[in-house]
Design a protein around this ligand. Structure first.
Ligand SMILES: [Zn+2]
Length: 290
């Protein structure tokens, strides 16, 4: 249902294949969540969003003893929308910007390029290479220059890593994510090239999310299940990826909620916001004159 007013929220969860097989956040075994609203669609300059939820993590379980209000969207805000033709990420981030979101956790899955990664492992990348050819709408979100230094917030990534270790024996706390164009997977030759470029995992969603998060001044980190081996590097995978999604949904849901609860804004040490560069006035005037 279309909502006229975007609620205020400082936290957001961008759901993906890590959590899509369960009813997040109600049904994953985490005490302290209260649903505030559901089925919230919003009109944006890019079109109507998917239906989002709004929930609150109780002050009883948060690190700063304050309630954390979280905007939550399923499957990267893509449902029924083409990530290239319909700009669903831009629709979603428009709402996050208007809501005042400062902290974003995303989840997903990807193909393991690094030979050390097995299906069922978990990785929290610290960098990315964007291989997509999509149009960039970053300038619709900020008039500042977006640096991509430490594009994954080290504060959030550290919390995610600690929480992931409570659910998984093998968690990798850094790595490079190659962003390819959905919905197809990569060829063997494409994966060999990504391997040569030191990419560890490939997937479809980390961009434009990471750049848009920076553009709206929010910290962003994402956690991925290795759902399969990338083509040609490791032996072909044996188990259907959807079986792994069904198994990981509760665990990923708890990791996400515990991470959102563990964020304490007063303990923030990252410099994410410093990497948005102001354009000097004279340059801005010349840009505006064109
Ligand atoms: Zn940060």
């Amino acid at each position: 249902m279309i909502r006229k007013v975007i609620p205020h929220a400082e936290y957001a969860h961008i759901g993906g294949s890590g959590t899509w097989c369960d009813d997040f956040p109600e049904n994953i075994g985490f005490e302290g969540v209260k649903i505030l609203d559901t089925d919230m669609e919003f009109e944006t300059p890019f079109g109507t969003t998917v239906a989002m939820k709004l929930f609150e993590i109780s002050a009883d379980v948060t690190a700063d003893h304050k309630p954390h209000v979280v905007l939550d969207m399923p499957f990267h805000g893509w449902f029924g929308l083409s990530p290239y033709l319909d700009t669903p990420s831009e629709r979603a981030f428009w709402v996050l910007k208007e809501a005042g979101v400062k902290w974003i956790i995303a989840d997903g899955s990807g193909g393991g390029i690094n030979p050390l990664l097995d299906p069922g492992d978990v990785i929290i990348p610290d960098d990315l290479i964007d291989q997509t050819k999509r149009v960039s709408y970053i300038s619709k979100f900020t008039d500042k220059i977006v640096r991509m230094r430490d594009i994954v917030c080290p504060d959030l990534a550290a919390i995610l890593y600690n929480e992931a270790l409570k659910e998984y024996p093998r968690v990798f706390g850094r790595g490079t994510y190659a962003v390819d164009e959905a919905p197809r997977f990569e060829t063997k030759a494409e994966i060999q090239r990504l391997y040569d470029q030191h990419c560890d995992i490939c997937g479809h969603t980390m961009m434009p999310e990471a750049a848009l998060a920076r553009a709206i001044g929010a910290c962003y980190a994402a956690i991925y299940l290795v759902s399969n081996t990338a083509e040609g590097i490791n032996p072909d995978w044996k188990r259907p990826i959807f079986d792994l999604y069904a198994e990981c949904a509760d665990k990923f849901g708890r990791i996400v909620l515990r991470t959102l609860a563990a964020i304490d804004p007063s303990k923030k040490e990252c410099r994410c916001k410093d990497y948005l560069m102001e354009v000097p006035g004279r340059v801005q005037e010349r840009m505006n004159a064109k």
